[in-house]
Design a protein around this ligand. Structure first.
Ligand code: HEC
Length: 488
């Protein structure tokens, strides 16, 4: 700080003397000001083995990118963050403050000087590119057994492969991460826990209907005894079943597995005192729902899963409220019923359980303002922790409303410019306690007009599915039951 005071005294002196105001002494430097901003706000993505195209870990790394940094920081495109700052405060908000932005711009305008003094030290990062904020490597890693080849051109549909889950007990974890193995070629990955459908075994089959033959596909078991095609007692089947809401939520939590890989999102770390359970006692396989995109050259992608074992003995469990009672354009609210066996067969394996909502009408051609509203109600007193939104390229904006039982309303989150490339879980800085009977509504607007420059086909009716040329409405709230908190 003493340096700064001295610098401003100099500037005043110069001004007094009628000298030009731009002085090397007043401009921010990398070592004093800008380095720490870049390390804290950019390096999580801008480092080797990560999603961003270049590293910003040192002065030498950052200097050649100064002009680009100025332009992306000034336009607030970098760091990517989409919540309207007027509503809510989020602990994973990576946006820069106005002061930080001004500092970065002034640094570039002054010719990006390195400055005196020692360079700021980079935080600790995992050598293998894992993203736990502590910089530690995971305690447990499951590597996908093969490297998938993504052709240089053309669309690869979503597909599912199964690999055996390598443990039979309950793994209690504090964090998990799914790493894509190839950021450029990976659109997204979701993982879940499943059992083999009756009469099937893991074998070689088409990756998707008409797709290439690969291992790790459920195929008919030639040795299956039709009389013995039941799932062993106590083991849940894959797919959705007609259960009461509580039991469905429980089943969904059990199947959730290691979570997704979504662009820009690193390790999923539980809050202090909370754990997640990976139920190896109930499930035998990991299902990998893989979605790749062509990059113009042949790519190889071999994803992996990392888990950080929980050291705490807490029983506080993170739950998820899916806003599945949805309506579009003011029609009557309808709950998405569990898919019937026929619907499931028609939908194909890639769509089941992935947010396909057979009750939503398609988005009409050229409609620039199509809304979908989803609602979920808390059955018990709850503590809301985070909000998640997912749509594809027609997704335009999202508004989250909380309604208390007495009718009071509060905006929890607004995402005015939803961007398909970045899907953040919005973590409330202060978890919010709400009484039983409160509802959460998420209102999404879709733009299927030609004004949406990402829209590949405004003239088309858009259906709901996992394929990125279709669209999705998937939003949920992570919460804990308030009773769980009071135990602490
Ligand atoms: C959540 C991950 C993430 C964070 C955090 C992030 N970036 Fe990026 N950045 C990316 C990705 C991915 C790209 C390439 C794709 C794109 O441009 O959207 C990128 C692109 C850029 C580019 C353009 C590079 C080019 O090829 O022209 C600049 C400049 C940049 N980032 C600067 C920054 C700065 C400065 C920060 C911090 C203040 C930052 N980024 C934080 C992920 C991130």
């Amino acid at each position: 700080m003493r340096v700064r005071i001295a610098a401003s005294v100099t500037v005043l002196g110069l001004l007094w003397a009628g000298m030009p105001t731009a002085s090397a002494a007043e401009s921010p430097t990398y070592n004093q000001d800008v380095g720490s901003i870049l390390l804290e706000n950019c390096a999580s993505c801008h480092r080797p083995n990560q999603v961003a195209p270049m590293s910003l870990l040192s002065y030498k790394d950052a200097r050649p990118w100064a002009r680009a940094i100025k332009s992306k920081v000034a336009s607030r495109e970098m760091p990517p963050w989409f919540a309207d700052p007027s509503y809510g405060t989020f602990s994973n908000d990576i946006s820069l403050t106005d002061d930080e932005i001004a500092t970065v711009l002034a640094w570039v305008d002054a010719g990006s000087p390195e400055g005196d003094g020692p360079a700021p030290e980079a935080p600790r990062f995992s050598d293998a590119g894992w993203s736990h904020p502590s910089g530690t490597e995971p305690d447990y890693v499951i590597e996908f057994p093969i490297a998938w080849e993504v052709p240089a051109e053309g669309e690869t549909p979503n597909f599912n492969l199964y690999t055996p889950l390598p443990f039979n007990d309950v793994l209690r974890v504090s964090a998990t991460q799914v790493r894509p193995g190839n950021y450029a070629a990976t659109h997204h990955i979701t993982t879940g826990l499943v059992n083999m459908p009756p009469g099937k075994v893991l074998g070689t089959g088409p990756a998707w209907s008409g797709g290439p033959m690969v291992d790790y596909v459920p195929v008919d078991d030639p040795d299956a005894d039709p009389a013995a095609q039941a799932i062993p007692a106590g083991r849940p089947q894959g797919g959705r079943r007609a259960l009461d809401p509580e039991a469905r939520e429980e089943a969904a939590a059990q199947r959730a597995g290691f979570g997704p890989y979504i662009p820009g999102v690193g390790a999923d770390v539980a809050r202090a005192g909370q754990v997640r359970e990976i139920r190896g006692d109930l499930f035998d396989y990991v299902i990998w729902n893989l979605h790749y995109q062509a990059t113009g050259k042949l790519e190889q992608a071999r994803p992996s899963i990392g888990a950080w074992i929980a050291t705490e003995q807490s029983s506080q469990r993170v739950r998820s409220l899916g806003l599945r009672e949805a309506t579009s354009e003011g029609r009557q609210l309808v709950a998405a019923p569990p898919l019937t066996a026929e619907e499931r067969a028609l939908a194909g394996p890639s769509q089941v359980g992935q947010g396909l909502n057979p009750t939503l009408d398609p988005i009409p051609p050229n409609d620039g303002n199509w809304t979908v509203t989803g609602v979920g109600a808390f059955q018990n007193d709850a503590v809301i922790q985070s909000l998640f939104v997912h749509a594809h390229v027609r997704g335009n904006d999202f508004t989250w409303l909380l309604t208390y039982p007495d009718g009071r309303e509060e905006v929890l989150l607004r995402v005015p410019n939803y961007n398909f490339d970045w899907q953040f879980e919005y973590e409330l800085a202060e978890p919010l306690r709400v009484p039983a009977g409160s509802t959460v509504k998420s209102i999404a607007r879709y733009d299927n007009s030609r004004n949406n420059r990402r829209n590949p086909a405004p003239q088309k009716e858009v259906y709901w599915s996992e394929q990125s040329w279709d669209d999705m409405y998937l939003t949920n709230v992570s919460y804990i039951n308030a009773d769980d908190t009071s135990e602490n």
